[in-house]
Design a protein around this ligand. Structure first.
Ligand code: ANZ
Length: 969
């Protein structure tokens, strides 16, 4: 929006006061204090020991570790939306410092990532070079905001001294396994000892000592928490890269370039996060996180209680997972995921006699039908396959399996609504109870058997039904049998929950199945075919067995490569494999090493994948604690001090972690997983990384579009009579994201230049509750600038630049001012503690306005407390005024004011105290006083005590706040 800037124009007008708070003055004050804070190390947080300037007095204080989700150093720099959370944590951290805490607050960079690599492909600039330039730019933008970070603790995930430890943690995870009995990770050497002693058997009938080295490695690979396996990926030879599901179109081609995409198997690293599913779920209860985020994690982990049921077929069996084993009698057909490995095995050469035409898909043989359907299914993403499409597709594979509960032969289909990656990849279909099965059964004319008595009046004749019936309150019917394995079972008349129990017992007794818990969570695919990431500390010997590097060889630094771009292949050649950039550096890849494992120097090939960009953010909170430790991940005493378990935080963790809600699952789940492994292995005392999580809202901005729908520069749009114009043309206005591409980005630099950082900070905090999204409005920023001008004017004479406050004894300050002061102190304190920054600013404004309206000079002690209230929010102007008020040390470590409760109560009301109906006393009390407190106050009143003259009391009638009537005995 074009408009004149009052801050810039104020000082040049002829009669402007020479010492008014202006943009120019703000710029000067802010730069000066920022330099001072840096030089003094004002925000340095001492550690209990070590080289971080341990200060015994500070260390004895209670502590607070306050963190932001660290940024990726993007080339676009920051817009005003980015620092919202950083300002909020800074205000909170400053408040905590002023209320007696040793505060750790800093910010690093999450600096590995794809954009720098893509830029390198396009321009040849080394990703490190562009990343470092971006970091420099962002650092200066952030510095301008006056954030109180302990800069000695800052780092970037690309620093070799940092990723040395990321690699080290990988080795810990690789070298451990999950002991299901102890429910924790243990060193792999302890598992090897169990195999060696025979305490644990090796699968098959061979003993551990008979296995070759490679075979032993394979066995251990099935236990390790980091393991390599062949995982299906979307391989696009034409682009030379593996694609995410979202990058593949519905017809199986790459969104970019329109090349064919193949589901192929690739040897990849995985993390066995599924071993921790239960603990990741259970420990959520103890965390102070938004419920919505906890719910997303719970759903992502997706714990389902149910049963596995075996359906015999051809002397083998198909195992299904069901959450409703009680509906087993209603299972009239089965479905396997199209990719299920048993499909070929059970597909016969010819269609069985009398196969329904609708089941064959018009194919001459089952094999043909299966092949055609698989090709069709492979082109859909899991999301599309699960979409609630009414037209269910599938094909009969020509085989029947046996329902174990009644011996019925049920046809086996493949259909894409069953996913390979969930449960067992096979289901028993119960059309009466499951909507997808219902639709499929209608399409393929399969029987729909009513096994739960409908409670909605639709009746049991399923031919009249329009959908499946599901209710946990209903009773089971038509579910009784002699059982194919000889033993009968009846569920008839049982409510669902009891029926589940009874059938599960029956499954276990007859060996037809067992109760089980299934998780939606999958292991974490941990490798990328990229350059700009942490190299794996893994080498392969000539047999292809993976060996970990010894810790002494870390960091394994990223080597130089000539070419960052992926190698592309014939787009139709599915048999190709991605070529990783690291594999091109033959000198780096092929090495002779002595791994110190007694095998002596040998030839190895290095792993040429790199870690995903989630790796670096999985443990960065720990590095802030002890950022220069080259010997240990983190000193245990230091970790214990800042993050250890304590009252109310049974698993320990960061006191406050602020970031966007978009990180509900991946980052927050991965970081929790690494914490738990490190905890199990004894490296840390905290089993959770982040005790309290807060999601800030988004700063939105108006997007203006012309008639063609193209965004036009928001800054050049004019408003006339409620309509918007760009270069004379009418444009539309909608609230959206802020960003360069929408031409509506406002940078913090612009606002700092126009008004100063203190104004920007106040504006962002005043916009609304922190967790709510809010539209940016540059025109409104000036409101906060004016608040600072009035604040300044209440303390400093604008003409002389001298202090304008007067020394007045507390008792001589007028009651109205004292009330305004203490109410503000009380309210701001509570608001800052509760992170209600917007209402805190409203209270500061109210007090400031009171002082302005009162006219006359402000009493010094009132001005001082006002400045202290402002200090967390607008630290530069507060520091300047504090010094002007004659203090020699920084306001940063001053004590936050405390309210005198006597002044905090609202206006008082007069309460009449009667004895036997006669007025004996009058009390001034708060309108909100409770009956109890009022009774106590009345009975303690001198006049009342005298009037009672020691007589006992029979009854007291209280009508707070106005009346107390005492009836003596
Ligand atoms: C029989 C049944 C009867 C089912 C009924 C549901 C209702 P959640 O709760 O998400 O765990 N299922 C199992 N594996 C599947 C797979 N790989 N792809 C698609 N669907 C699958 O869901 C579990 C239920 O989803 C299972 O219980 C199974 O259908 C289906 F009245 O079995 B149910």
């Amino acid at each position: 929006m074009s408009e004149t800037n009052p801050a810039a124009t104020a000082p040049v007008s002829a009669d402007a006061a020479p010492h008014r708070y202006t943009a120019a003055m703000a710029a000067e004050i802010e730069a000066r204090w920022q330099d001072f804070w840096d030089a003094e190390g004002t925000y340095a947080a001492p550690n209990p020991k070590g080289d971080l300037a341990g200060d015994p007095e500070l260390v004895a204080k209670p502590k607070k570790f306050i963190m932001d989700m660290f940024p990726y150093p993007s080339g676009a720099g920051l817009h005003v939306g980015h620092p919202l959370g950083y300002i909020a944590t800074d205000v909170f951290a400053r408040f905590q410092r002023m209320t007696g805490h040793n505060v750790l607050h800093t910010l690093g960079f999450d600096a590995f990532g794809l954009p720098a690599e893509q830029y390198a492909v396009q321009t040849g600039t080394h990703p490190r070079v562009s990343t470092e330039a971006n970091m420099e730019n962002m650092k200066s933008q952030l510095r301008r905001l006056g954030l109180g970070h302990d800069k000695r603790r800052s780092f970037a995930t690309i620093d070799p001294e940092y990723y040395k430890w990321t690699q080290w943690i990988f080795l810990q995870i690789f070298n451990s396994w999950y002991d299901d009995e102890a429910k924790k990770a243990r060193p792999i050497t302890e598992l090897v000892a169990q195999f060696e002693s025979g305490a644990r058997g090796v699968r098959g009938d061979r003993s551990w000592n008979e296995l070759t080295e490679a075979e032993r490695a394979d066995v251990l690979g099935e236990y390790r928490l980091a393991y390599a396996s062949d995982a299906p990926v979307n391989w696009c030879p034409g682009l030379g890269t593996v694609l995410a599901n979202e990058e593949v179109t519905a017809d199986g081609r790459s969104e970019r370039g329109n090349f064919p995409v193949f589901k192929s198997k690739l040897r990849q690293w995985n993390m066995r996060i599924t071993a921790y599913a239960d603990r990741l779920l259970d420990d959520l209860d103890q965390l102070d996180w938004p419920e919505a985020i906890k719910l997303q994690q719970r759903n992502w982990i997706g714990r389902s209680e149910g049963a596995r049921v075996d359906f015999p077929i051809d002397g083998e069996r198909i195992t299904v997972f069901t959450t409703r084993p009680d509906t087993l009698f209603g299972a009239t057909y089965m479905v396997l995921a199209p990719e299920h490995p048993l499909v070929e095995k059970f597909t016969p050469d010819a269609w069985p006699e009398g196969t329904h035409d609708a089941w064959t898909g018009g194919h001459a043989t089952p094999a043909e039908a299966v092949a055609a359907y698989r090709a069709q299914a492979a082109s859909k993403s899991d999301v599309e396959r699960q979409a609630e499409a009414k037209d269910k597709t599938g094909v009969f594979i020509g085989a029947y399996a046996t329902n174990p509960v009644n011996g019925e032969q049920v046809p086996v289909f493949i259909a894409d609504y069953v996913l390979m990656g969930y449960g067992t990849g096979a289901i028993m279909a119960v059309p009466a109870g499951d909507q997808r099965d219902f639709e499929f059964a209608r399409a393929f004319e399969l029987p729909i058997r009513c096994i739960v008595e409908p409670t909605d009046g639709r009746g049991t004749d399923t031919s009249t039904w329009e959908d499946a019936f599901a209710s946990y309150d209903a009773k089971i019917i038509n579910s009784s049998s002699a059982g194919s394995s000889g033993e009968g079972v009846t569920l008839d008349g049982l409510p669902v929950v009891e029926a589940k129990e009874r059938i599960t017992e029956w499954l276990e007794r007859t060996g037809a199945g067992a109760g089980t818990v299934n998780f939606r969570l999958r292991d974490w695919l941990f490798s990328r075919q990229r350059y700009w990431g942490e190299p794996f500390p893994i080498v392969y010997d000539e047999d292809g067995t993976a060996h970990p590097l010894p810790a002494s060889m870390l960091p394994l630094e990223l080597p130089e490569v000539e070419d960052y771009s992926p190698r592309t292949f014939d787009p139709d050649d599915a048999d190709t494999e991605p070529e990783t950039p690291l594999s091109r550096n033959e000198d780096w890849v092929n090495v002779t090493l002595d791994l110190g494992d007694g095998r002596g120097p040998r030839k190895y090939r290095r792993e040429t994948n790199t870690m995903p960009n989630w790796a670096g953010s999985c443990w960065y909170e720990l590095r802030y604690l002890d950022p220069h430790n080259g010997e240990q991940l983190v000193d245990p005493e230091i970790e214990q001090y800042w993050m250890g378990p304590r009252e109310g935080l049974p698993h320990g963790g960061v006191d406050l972690y602020v970031g966007g809600a978009e990180h509900a699952v991946l980052h927050l789940l991965y970081a929790r997983f690494w914490s738990k492994v490190l905890f199990d292995l004894g490296h840390v005392s905290s089993a959770e990384p982040f005790h309290k999580l807060f999601n800030q809202g988004m700063i939105q901005a108006y997007v203006y579009r012309d008639a063609r729908g193209i965004a036009v520069p928001a800054a050049e749009v004019e408003e006339r009579d409620g309509a918007y114009y760009y270069q004379g043309e009418k444009v539309s206005r909608l609230l959206g994201k802020m960003g360069k591409s929408l031409k509506n980005a406002v940078t913090p630099d612009e606002i700092c230049a126009e008004y100063g950082a203190d104004t920007l900070r106040l504006y962002e905090m005043a916009m609304g509750p922190l967790d709510v999204s809010r539209p940016w409005d540059t025109r409104a920023v000036v409101g906060q600038f004016r608040l600072l001008q009035r604040l300044w004017r209440n303390v400093v004479d604008e003409n002389t630049g001298e202090l304008s406050v007067v020394d007045v004894a507390e008792g001589d300050i007028d009651a109205g001012t004292l009330r305004a002061l203490h109410k503000a102190v009380d309210g701001v304190r509570q608001d800052l503690e509760g992170m209600r920054f917007n209402t805190a600013i409203a209270k500061v404004t109210e007090l400031n306005n009171h002082l302005t309206k009162a006219g006359g000079p402000v009493p010094r002690s009132v001005a001082e407390r006002l400045v202290l209230l402002v200090a967390p929010l607008a630290p530069h102007v507060a520091e300047e005024l504090w010094r002007k008020l004659g203090h020699e040390s920084s306001v940063v470590h001053e004590d936050f004011p405390v309210a005198d409760p006597a002044y905090v109560v609202d206006e008082t009301v007069t309460c009449v105290v009667q004895i036997k109906g006669k007025v004996k006393a009058r009390l001034e009390v708060a309108p909100s006083i409770s009956d109890d407190d009022l009774e106590k106050a009345a009975l303690a009143d001198e006049k009342v005590v005298a009037a009672l003259g020691g007589a006992g009391i029979r009854k007291v009638i209280v009508r707070a706040p106005k009346l107390v009537n005492i009836v003596p005995a």
